[in-house]
Ligand binder design. Structure first.
Ligand SMILES: NC(=O)c1ccc[n+]([C@@H]2O[C@H](COP(=O)([O-])OP(=O)(O)OC[C@H]3O[C@@H](n4cnc5c(N)ncnc54)[C@H](O)[C@@H]3O)[C@@H](O)[C@H]2O)c1
Length: 264
């Protein structure tokens, strides 16, 4: 029997077949979970949906529930969870695997972080960090018997990674938000944890200036002497979403070939 047999959960958001969310989903579905998915409706929502559905089909769960959601819009969050309640009744887990910052301010050029305008900062923090609070709150009524919430973060939230800039500040906020949510929701048997993934070639990662150097750096410096595979994030996600981690909350688990542990 799968580690997630009988569990239902929501995974937000898949952009394409490289998305970490898709790899988490494949592992969750393989372990017996029933999942619903979110996608960001871009300028052409039908086209966005078709692209995401195609990625889901490639991963073998093309038939599962998929619904649009822009986390910057309260009314879309409400619509998403109303629809999820109609479809699933209750859920056991929520996966937050989404982020955004204006790529013009994710550059390695000297001074690039210092020039971050107020609106760029606010948008990055709103979409990438506040959304965890908003989504978890919206999910509460679907989790009457407790549950597990996870969010994806990166080392750039703790240490300076040149080019990560405003997204690093957003990840620091996301990680702190996860700890405060874990404390608030512990009495309701809801656990909240983060996974700090090493660099993975996804649409979002490619927006970060100098990302290619990071892949080479990880390979040279990390104890495992290689970069991670998104599937490895999926496997750790299964652990955090399953009862195997029933005593774990407010934690950050690194899936980064051990890169964060090395000083030199
Ligand atoms: N790829 C990496 O190297 C890496 C490393 C560590 C952490 N992460 C984190 O993993 C998570 C998933 O990113 P990914 O690398 O799979 O890239 P991705 O581009 O596949 O996923 C990012 C997702 O965020 C969604 N998104 C952006 N703005 C949104 C909004 N307003 N409303 C709803 N959704 C929105 C996009 O539609 C997309 O589905 C992010 O939190 C990212 O910071 C990525």
């Amino acid at each position: 029997m799968g580690l997630l047999a009988g569990k239902k959960g929501l995974i937000l958001n898949i952009a394409n077949d490289r998305s970490i969310a898709a790899h988490i989903a494949r592992n969750a579905v393989n372990q017996g979970a029933t999942c619903g998915f979110g996608f960001l409706p871009m300028d052409n929502p039908e086209k966005s949906e078709r692209r995401v559905r195609k990625a889901m089909e490639e991963f073998g769960f093309g038939h599962e529930w998929l619904y649009p959601i822009d986390v910057a819009k309260d009314e879309q969050i409400e619509k998403f969870f109303t629809a999820a309640r109609e479809r699933f009744g209750t859920i056991d887990f929520l996966v937050h695997s989404l982020a955004f910052a204006d790529r013009a301010f994710l550059q390695k050029d000297p001074g690039n972080f210092t020039t971050t305008p107020r609106n760029v900062f606010a948008q990055a923090l709103d979409i990438s960090a506040y959304s965890l609070i908003a989504l978890t709150r919206a999910a509460l009524s679907l989790m009457p018997n407790g549950g597990s919430v996870i969010a994806l973060t990166y080392l750039g939230g703790e240490k300076v990674i040149p080019g990560y800039n405003v997204m690093g500040v957003a990840k620091a906020a996301l990680e702190a938000a996860a700890r405060y949510l874990a404390f608030d929701l512990g009495p309701r048997k809801i656990r909240v944890n983060t996974i700090s993934a090493g660099p993975v070639r996804t649409l979002s990662a490619m927006a970060v200036g100098g990302i290619d150097e990071m892949f080479a750096h990880v390979q040279r410096k990390a104890p495992l002497q290689r970069n991670i595979d998104a599937d490895e994030v999926g496997k750790t996600a299964v652990y955090l979403l399953s009862d195997l981690s029933s005593g774990v909350t407010g934690e950050n688990i690194y899936v980064d070939s051990g890169f964060n542990t090395v000083g030199l």
